[in-house]
Write a protein that binds this ligand. Structure first.
Ligand code: ZN
Length: 320
């Protein structure tokens, strides 16, 4: 004698599977951010294609150089705070309103205070989103063994975003479509990025935008985009129309672009996890011998590479 007659065992099993699936679904739903109500996403109105041609690699390079001169920028360091002051002053000159998004997280090195820097052109209502978010990380990896300023790893994307702020400001209707975000704490405190160490800033940002009354509809994250000797890679887990638009935008901008298979852990993942479809552009860092080494200096940065990426992002937004 058994508890369940053999004939009924498949039914019992099926019932257990259904119950387990239901519990899993419930738990998953509980931990995920609340999805936006239909229509709550603000759609991107095309950004004029001729804006991209105004993007200057030399201007972007000047920002990368300024950041390099400030020195290492690990979270909460004097260098990070100085970089924030520099960037806020630059944004103000261009008519952008900034907000420091601060929060504290437990890390392998104890609790750390982080600061994301958000920017909107003109007056900003932070309770609502605008159609597009363009982000990159500002922090440099905390390395004590040598002076590490992350000219490419953190500096290059920041320089591109700052020059994008200048170009967008020449067309207020286009600028009104975009929120620029510099993430803190992208880098892990331990040797490598994991799902628990690193991406502190983008995780916090994704949670915060979920509280707004409207949601963006497009995300772009750029990283390690200053070295012309290495192609830029893009993610395949974004919508097909993103891939089509970025391939065309890169071609029009002279940028060598290739898709990367699988997944790279970077700031686009928390945005995607929060329901924002996000394009990820990242230099082929696995083949950069200086990645997280002393050699990540201005020497590897090329104004033309910065220009190609900046123009690609603007053309991508214009081509969606
Ligand atoms: Zn890095």
């Amino acid at each position: 004698m058994s508890l369940f007659p053999v004939k009924r065992a498949p039914i019992v099993l099926l019932l257990l599977v259904v119950l387990a699936a239901g519990a899993w679904f419930f738990l998953k739903e509980k931990s995920a951010p609340v999805p936006p109500a239909p229509g709550a996403r603000v759609s991107l109105v095309a950004i004029k294609a001729d804006l991209a041609a105004q993007f200057s690699g030399q201007n972007a390079y000047a920002h990368v150089k300024a950041l390099d001169e400030i020195g290492p920028r690990p979270p909460a360091s004097a260098g990070y705070m100085k970089a924030l002051d520099y960037l806020e002053a630059e944004y103000a000159k261009l008519g952008w309103t900034t907000a420091r998004q601060t929060f504290t997280r437990a890390t392998p090195k104890g609790p750390v205070n982080f600061t994301n820097l958000l920017a909107r052109h003109g007056a900003a209502d932070w309770t609502k989103s605008v159609p597009a978010v363009i982000g990159g990380h500002l922090d440099s990896k905390d390395i004590q063994a040598f002076r590490f300023t992350g000219a490419n790893d953190g500096g290059s994307s920041t320089g591109v975003i700052m020059e994008m702020a200048r170009v967008l400001a020449t067309d207020p209707a286009a600028a009104a479509q975009v929120e620029l975000v510099l993430f803190d704490g992208e880098e892990a405190f331990l040797a490598n990025l994991t799902h628990t160490d690193g991406l502190y800033g983008s995780k916090h940002y994704a949670k915060e935008i979920a509280k707004r009354s409207t949601w963006p509809s497009v995300g772009v994250v750029i990283d390690l985009v200053g070295d012309k000797d290495h192609p830029i890679q893009y993610n395949l887990d974004a919508p097909e129309r993103f891939a089509q638009a970025v391939v065309k935008a890169a071609k029009d901008s002279g940028l060598e672009l290739k898709p990367y298979p699988g997944q790279i852990i970077d700031d686009h993942l928390p945005l995607q996890g929060g329901g924002l479809e996000t394009l990820h552009l990242i230099g082929d860092f696995q083949n950069m011998p200086y990645w997280h080494q002393a050699g990540d200096t201005l020497e590897v940065i090329d104004a033309e590479a910065l220009e190609q990426t900046g123009r690609t992002v603007l053309r991508f937004l214009g081509g969606l």
